[in-house]
Design a protein around this ligand. Structure first.
Ligand SMILES: C[S@@+](CC[C@H](N)C(=O)[O-])C[C@H]1O[C@@H](n2cnc3c(N)ncnc32)[C@H](O)[C@@H]1O
Length: 277
């Protein structure tokens, strides 16, 4: 790509740079948790992306990268059970999860707000099995598009829901669960301490976007029709991921898991079954 691509995004939308930059940095480490050539390619093609959003550590495990790796693992597990199912990446940003986990059969929707999708279209192309949709996670305008694709369904929202108002997120999840019974839903949540830390970082000017809530306790989503099927701190990855991590991480993570507060978690849910007709 000869011409650098400008980043013209809203306040929450530009947080996609944090995760993108993390995956690009991880990919060139000698012993990475994941390799994401698309993230490296995109970072090199962006025109002067915000330094405060793209800086990070070149050593040690990065929490957002571990989060991505755990969600990749759960999506791969969904695809192992349902190779022809559909994955909906809610608030996709510039994530290349499709490229990382594609089994050659999955159908996929990448959903995000219009400005993010416009930027995304510089780097990704719609295909027969995969397309981008400009829409909000908080409305149901995209439900029919999903329903037209083969089930079962897996909805993933990585680093998205906590920026949106809790009541609206819970209403949106209720609508997803009602329309898509027996679906898999994956998202992240945090402790109150982590939220205070994020607000302090925002106050110091590290970013403009502030979390609206912690993302909620996993069990609390039973009221929305979501039952927890797995729940873990990012320092406690699922066995399939743990086995594939570089040895240093396999030693370090259990230690971190014992000593660190459990402030950064991920949950896997199943939506309730449809009531008998
Ligand atoms: C921290 S970024 C995470 C991006 C991506 N999930 C990742 O892990 O790289 C937050 C994302 O949420 C998206 N977003 C914010 N509000 C949204 C909404 N109402 N509906 C859908 N996506 C939204 C932003 O555009 C941005 O891509």
């Amino acid at each position: 790509m000869d011409q650098l691509i400008p980043v013209e995004l809203g306040t929450v939308q530009e947080t996609l740079l944090i995760t993108l930059a993390g995956r690009a940095r991880e990919s060139v480490k000698p012993k990475p948790i994941l390799v994401d050539p698309k993230a490296v390619e995109i970072m090199a093609a962006l025109d002067n992306p915000s330094a405060s959003l793209t800086r990070g550590s070149r050593r040690g495990p990065e929490p957002t990268v571990l989060r991505t790796a755990i969600l990749d693992t759960w999506v791969r597990e969904f695809l192992a059970a349902h190779p022809d199912g559909t994955v909906v990446e809610i608030g996709t940003g510039l994530n290349a999860r499709f490229e990382r986990v594609d089994n050659g059969r999955v159908h996929w929707l990448d959903l995000d707000l219009a400005d993010t999708i416009a930027l995304r279209r510089h780097f990704f192309t719609d295909t027969e099995r995969r397309r981008m949709v400009a829409a909000s996670a908080l409305d149901d305008s995209w439900f029919d598009l999903v329903a037209a694709l083969p089930g079962p369904y897996c909805f993933v929202a990585e680093g998205v829901l906590l920026y949106l108002p809790e009541a609206e997120v819970r209403a949106a999840l209720t609508a997803v669960a009602a329309r898509f019974p027996d679906a898999t839903v994956l998202f992240d949540h945090y402790s109150a301490d982590m939220m205070r830390h994020q607000h302090r970082m925002a106050d110091k000017g590290a970013m403009d976007a502030r979390w609206a809530w912690t993302g909620g306790e996993p069990e609390s989503f039973a009221a929305q029709g979501l039952r927890v099927t797995d729940s873990r701190a990012i320092t406690d990855p699922p066995p399939a991921l743990r086995r594939s991590l570089p040895r240093g991480y396999r030693v370090l993570l259990p230690v971190l898991h014992r000593v660190l507060p459990k402030g950064f978690g991920l949950a896997r849910f199943r939506t309730d079954s449809a009531p008998p007709a």
